[in-house]
Design a protein around this ligand. Structure first.
Ligand SMILES: [Zn+2]
Length: 261
């Protein structure tokens, strides 16, 4: 049996071992370091090593470990291991939230690694993602930054929001900017995307240019928002976010369009 990297989650937190220094606390062993009755999820490989995720119901008091918030684990693990941890977190969330059929209430069982089937009515359930857009709006040498009421830190972010049924991503960008700030935008271009496992979102990033209107904030969602010039930006969102990647890219390439992917 090959050694695996084990992403163990307890109460939505990632379990790290102090002695597992080689992989920043992710345990490396043939078998799971703690017993669990939950399903083992395959996450792919890291440096050729198979990676697996598991939900732990109980941690023995003598077990030497620390529990880390998934967001905070980015600074400890680095991007590649953090993305694997995020994948594990999403799969565990999906597994836990689809124990029973949402149509008839019967128990579901695993059909494939990424699907479950209802034992009674046969309906299938796959991991669902909630798609959201995030957009960097430029106006001359400034960008539009906002503070949402639910932000945890003292930073400003970019306009973001969930895709609605029947909508294209570009329509979502126009609608969210207009709903949140009252502005119209043009020249919408794809920038990049990333999983956002809180708990099951998928972020798609865009750039756009200011077209018309004056700022009128949607107060139910935002407590502040304005155009900030590049030499007077407020506190920026954390590096793991697509918002920060957009802002960092703009700071380096103020005149450019996003790169082809
Ligand atoms: Zn059913």
């Amino acid at each position: 049996m090959a050694e695996c990297l084990w992403f163990l989650f307890y109460d939505k937190k990632l379990l790290l071992l102090e002695e597992a220094k080689q992989f920043h606390g992710i345990p490396l062993s043939e078998r799971a370091p703690l017993p669990s009755e939950s399903r083992i999820h395959d996450l792919g490989h890291f440096q050729g090593i198979p990676c697996k995720a598991l939900h732990i119901a109980v941690i023995p008091p003598e077990f030497p470990c620390a529990l880390t918030d998934l967001r905070a684990s980015y600074d400890i693990l680095g991007r590649e291991l953090y993305l694997l941890a995020g994948k594990g977190s999403q799969l565990i969330h999906w597994d836990c939230s689809t124990q029973f059929c949402s149509w008839c209430g019967a128990k579901t069982h695993a059909a494939t690694p990424l699907s479950k089937r209802c034992a009674a009515c046969g309906r299938e359930f796959f991991p669902l993602l909630a798609t959201a857009i995030i957009v960097l709006v430029r106006k001359g040498d400034s960008i539009l930054m906002v503070r949402a009421n639910n932000f945890r830190g003292d930073y400003y972010g970019l306009v973001a929001g969930f895709l609605e049924p029947g909508e294209t991503l570009e329509e979502c960008v126009r609608r969210e900017v207009h709903e949140e700030t009252g502005l119209a935008v043009k020249n919408i271009r794809y920038f990049g995307c990333q999983p956002w496992p809180y708990p099951n979102n998928f972020m798609v990033g865009f750039t756009a240019d200011y077209a018309s209107g004056s700022i009128c904030l949607q107060e139910e969602e935002l407590c502040a928002g304005q155009f900030f010039p590049r030499n007077a930006l407020p506190n920026l969102p954390p590096p793991l976010s697509l918002a920060r990647q957009l802002i960092d890219w703009w700071l380096e390439h103020p005149e450019d369009q996003p790169p082809l992917r």
